[in-house]
Write a protein that binds this ligand. Structure first.
Ligand code: HEM
Length: 225
């Protein structure tokens, strides 16, 4: 496909603002599009970085147009897989506002961590949101900068388990691959058909203990292109 290599575009990351949130729900609700709550998921998925990141969205649209000439062309796995800018933007949004913000664990053996001795049976929580903002791992961690995931930077690859949107290791999400394909296919279709105007500025909150979301959904105006 004719998409530009994101690592060579020289675009600077923008300061992280409220509307990074537009990408997050795409990831957070990706899998639910088909399984659980279709309308809600679609509302979420339609929210994109229109507002704070028009530049980046423009690049994504170009990438999509290069991959799929018109909306009658069937969407294929290869087509979706090749959308690097979209992939990076979704990754970046879920880094900044991880849909699953902590991972619960129980200790099977005693460990010492950060000067504390934790006994067998203690409960621990892996703070995904905090991990995603470590400056040792991610340069300018509070900045929305999807290009950090492209070569040569590849920031999430330098230290294992840096990006934990879908967990990692033995407990990694069983839906990790499908969810990403699914949300990209949906975004591709929607971006090709509509201009989106977010009507609110609410950011994801943590209505439940583990997961984040926007209670009541996000409102958007969709204008046919
Ligand atoms: C985009 C949406 C999703 C996100 C962000 C997500 C995220 C995660 C995360 C972070 C974990 C790790 C939990 C841990 O380590 O304690 C996990 C595990 C898991 N997820 Fe997902 N998930 C998503 C969608 C789904 C869907 C749709 C399914 C069902 C088809 C699913 C099934 C599972 C299962 C079964 C596990 C547990 C795996 C294990 O412990 O062996 N996930 N997910």
């Amino acid at each position: 496909m004719g998409a530009r290599n994101p690592s060579t575009r020289g675009r600077r990351g923008s300061t992280y603002g409220p509307s990074v949130a537009w990408f997050v729900p795409v990831v957070a609700r990706a899998s639910e599009v088909f399984y659980l709550v279709g309308p809600e998921a679609n509302r979420f998925a339609l929210h994109t970085p229109n507002r704070a990141h028009p530049d980046y969205l423009g690049s994504i649209r170009q990438e999509i147009a290069a991959a799929r000439s018109d909306t009658n062309t069937p969407i294929t796995y290869e087509m979706v897989r090749g959308l690097l800018l979209l992939t990076n933007a979704i990754k970046e949004a879920s880094r900044l506002e991880s849909p699953v913000s902590m991972l619960p664990r129980g200790l099977l053996r005693e460990v010492e961590f950060g000067g504390y001795r934790l006994p067998v049976g203690a409960r621990g929580y892996l703070a995904v949101s905090a991990t995603h903002r470590l400056s040792e791992v991610f340069a300018n961690p509070h900045t929305f900068d999807p290009d950090r995931f492209s070569a040569p930077r590849d920031e999430e690859r330098r230290i294992p388990y840096s990006l934990l949107t879908f967990g990692g290791g033995q407990r990694i999400c069983i839906d990790v691959n499908f969810a990403q394909i699914e949300v990209k296919a949906l975004a591709l279709e929607v971006f090709q058909r509509f201009e989106l105007q977010p009507l609110g500025s609410e950011r994801p909150r943590q209505p439940s203990f583990i997961t984040a979301g926007i209670p009541g959904g996000i409102h958007v105006r969709a204008l046919p292109r």
